[in-house]
Design a protein around this ligand. Sequence first.
Ligand code: G1P
Length: 275
Amino acid sequence: MIKKCLFPAAGYGTRFLPATKAIPKEMLPILNKPLIQYGVEEAIEAGITNMAIVTGRGKRALEDHFDISYELEHQIKGTSKENYLKEIRMLLEKCTFSYTRQMEMRGLGHAILTAENLIGNESFAVILSDDLCDNNQDIGVLLQMCKIYEKYRCSIVAVEEVALEDISKYGVIEGREVGDDVFMVDNMIEKPSQEEAPSNLAIIGRYILTPDIFDILRETKPGKNGEIQITDALLEQCKKGMVLAYKFRGERYDCGSIDGFVRATNVFYQKIQGN
Ligand code: G1P
């Protein structure tokens, strides 16, 4: 039912400099696979085949990654190395990729609004690929959210409980539980101080958004850090109608931080070792 997934990928990745000086942060690999490919695979698992990517200057590696590389493929044709391309080839057969550029960095809300033409008038998913989600043998987070969307047909944000000292890194919700791990949102604040935080439920990089979000974003004034925040637009949507928060099953790694990146690398490595 949700057919499109949006990947905001225009950010500078400053937390990972100098690695991200010439390489998009979405291309940093966990083992041998770039972060964005994990995101695309999670979307495919949720039945989504149209990927919409918001890029920016210096992000061409993203487009090249989701394309055929004739020279390389010719070189390794018929050798055992061809196996390494099996996964990405299958993915390219299944999906379409469209791109648009965000010319100025004016926040996540602005990045999402930039993709309006790629999405159109339908509900869509959003994945921030530096939040890598591991489903621990369960279904993926986006598929879990799509199932909830089928029931409620409104915008949904994924949340997890975080420690108080980390709360100011996130959008934070306040809500009451209306179903198993599903909360009706009453309030949400972008990157609150510990005193302001209405709960310990932090939004992580998975969203399902209904298309009226675009009209709201157009009217949303810059908020925290002078940026147009998706959290502010969602709060508006929540006042006009309803927004849900879903405490997902699985483990999330903040691969935009060195700590999260290393933890994810270790966990994924243990997995391929069969531990
Ligand atoms: C963005 C959102 C924030 C959310 C976070 C999840 O912040 O603005 O609400 O909690 O992603 O990763 P950013 O990490 O881009 O500063």
